[in-house]
Design a protein around this ligand. Sequence first.
Ligand code: ATP
Length: 230
Amino acid sequence: MVTVGIEQAGYEGRKDVIRDIHFSINPGELVGLIGPNGAGKSTTIKAVLGLLADFTGEVNFGGSKKNYAYIPEQPILYDKLTFWEHLELAASANEMERADFESKAELLVKRFRLQEVKHHLPSSFSKGMQQKIMLILGFLAEPDLYVVDEPFVGLDPRATKDLLSLLEEERKRGAAVLMSTHVLDTAEKICDRFILLDQGSIVAQGDLQQIQQQCKLPNASLFDCFHSLT
Ligand SMILES: Nc1ncnc2c1ncn2[C@@H]1O[C@H](COP(=O)(O)OP(=O)(O)OP(=O)(O)O)[C@@H](O)[C@H]1O
């Protein structure tokens, strides 16, 4: 289980962007981090991953080692490495066996329909194709925790479906997922629980029924709850 207890966190020169953020994620669970622009979703993710200069609190990954894959909103790729070389680099960082790496990587490349561009430079790819590379890099690692920042915006419907089915398989293996998104109708369908952020703090958390109770709107959609709370 991943346990997050953030007293406060922020950036150099802009401390205290988020405060009193407490939640946990069980193995196999998909938790949605929801909130308007600037609410602090990405900052919360960076705090969980230990990427912030200014941080007070504690994040416990449950094991001795922080075993996670972070799939950022903006793809981060090297200009001079081909798509396949990015995968090879990730495999060596994760100390994967060659044969294991090749079979998994080939399957993922095929699944996201990128075989044709395997040996091309990703700097020439579209935003959605670059995003797929970030997803493949994450899935290759088979981590205990996936941290996915706004995955749906750049992906076409088929890629979105591929992502969701792969995440479902990974959750069956026991992987936990923390996902930030604005796409509330998808979030409502796929997340076990939600954390609703506004202005750097949690305004509601729980499953849909608990969120509905917290905003006193029985049977309301996540979208309606979101609007009444933010
Ligand atoms: N590198 C940074 N330095 C200083 N302030 C930052 C930095 N990044 C974000 N912030 C500020 O922190 C606040 C929360 O931003 P954050 O990116 O966490 O929001 P978000 O909920 O992820 O928003 P969005 O939905 O637009 O992606 C905003 O006021 C933003 O201006």
